[in-house]
Design a protein around this ligand. Structure first.
Ligand code: ACO
Length: 320
């Protein structure tokens, strides 16, 4: 039996920090409002000349070093992003080149918004279990700051830039134990950036728009449902989960979901205060933090879950 196992993690946050106090000078908001409604204290903003692939490159180099492999061993590159460098080629192809990867396995992006990393990890797992790849680089990377209307206080306070990466390797020992993915496009108006390019012009509104309260309710419901679905399939209870690593959108969504699945916040990795909602990057950022500070240990049961525009949502259970 071939399993896929995470053998290295890495993450990167741009140097420029934008605090809630900085935002008070841009829009009519306050540090206290943002912290009480979202748990976010600060976010990082990419430099003008930093692209999504540059953030991905920094995180990937750290993951490759942590895994102790050479970049040439990577035979699959998947980048989950909603803010690619350009319309095409994919950010994954650009990243493959920037890393100097010589092997010519597939490289492609996955667009599932905040659900992107869960989708990407599941896809890489299928490649490895199916024998089509041995060593996969799976990245979530975003420069969402460029998709924000900085005069809209209902969105601009919530998002940030960053990247996280994992190396997934074929193994004879259990790693990724189960995954569940879902999508429902009928809810696509709840969270969207409608703009596109037509005849050389931006066609439609290119900024992120969101019905915050509707997203909140939907997120808590589908996240707790998908976790229940996964645990039931594996015959496990919430108490057997050592660490929940949720999508870092909002502390209130994280707390409400943990409560619904009966998991203490002592078993939840929370990093949203330091980087805000980095969409597809948020789970690998949180994972890397908890691996490097020693909370996540070999043999533990790790559950990751995410929901994002589309809507897309899913969960992955990992034996670390
Ligand atoms: N600063 C100060 N006041 C604000 C701000 C702000 N940044 N934004 C909105 N307000 C005001 C509103 O205008 C409103 O004022 P009013 O009562 O005078 O009309 C008041 O605050 C309350 O607004 P609500 O929208 O009811 O605030 P709520 O408590 O619902 O919090 C929030 C808003 C934080 C967006 C919440 O709905 C939420 O967390 N939603 C989930 C959205 C989310 O996390 N999305 C992330 C992307 S989706 C994903 O990753 C899955």
């Amino acid at each position: 039996m071939i399993y896929s196992k995470i053998i290295g993690t890495g993450s990167y946050l741009p140097a420029k920090v934008l605090t809630n106090y900085d935002l008070e000078k841009i829009v009519d908001t306050s540090h206290d409002w943002i912290v009480s409604r979202s748990g976010i204290v600060e976010r990082h903003i990419a430099a003008d000349d930093e692209l999504t692939s540059d953030l991905a490159l920094q995180a990937s180099r750290k993951a490759i070093a942590a895994a102790g492999i050479s970049a040439d061993e990577i035979d699959l590159v998947i980048v989950a992003t909603t803010s690619p460098d350009q319309l095409f080629p994919s950010t994954a192809c650009i990243l493959q080149d920037k890393l100097g990867i010589k092997s010519r396995g597939p490289a492609f992006d996955i667009q599932a918004v905040c659900g992107g990393f869960v989708y990407a990890l599941n896809t890489a797992d299928m490649y490895i279990k199916g024998g089509q790849a041995k060593t996969a680089l799976v990245v979530g990377a975003e420069v969402l700051s460029r998709m924000l209307d900085w005069s809209d206080r209902t969105t601009c306070v919530l998002f940030g830039d960053g990247a996280g990466a994992v190396i997934l390797s074929a193994s004879d020992k259990p790693g990724i134990a189960a995954s569940k993915l879902h999508a429902d496009g009928s809810h696509r108006d709840m969270l969207k950036a409608e703009g596109n390019i037509r005849n050389g012009e931006v066609d439609g509104d290119p900024f992120i728009k969101m019905d915050g309260q509707a997203v909140f309710k939907f997120a808590v419901k589908v996240l707790s449902d998908v976790v229940d679905e996964l645990l039931e399939e594996k015959g496990m209870s919430g108490s057997e989960i050592n660490w929940l690593v949720p999508h870092q959108a909002n502390i209130r969504i994280i707390e409400a979901t943990s409560k619904k699945i009966g998991l203490s916040m002592d078993n939840v990795i929370v990093t949203v205060a330091n980087h805000g909602n980095t969409s597809a990057a948020s789970i690998p950022l949180a994972l890397d933090t908890a691996v490097r500070d020693g909370r996540i240990q070999a043999g533990q049961n790790i559950l990751i879950e995410a929901v994002g525009g589309g809507f897309t949502w899913g969960a992955v259970l990992i034996k670390w």
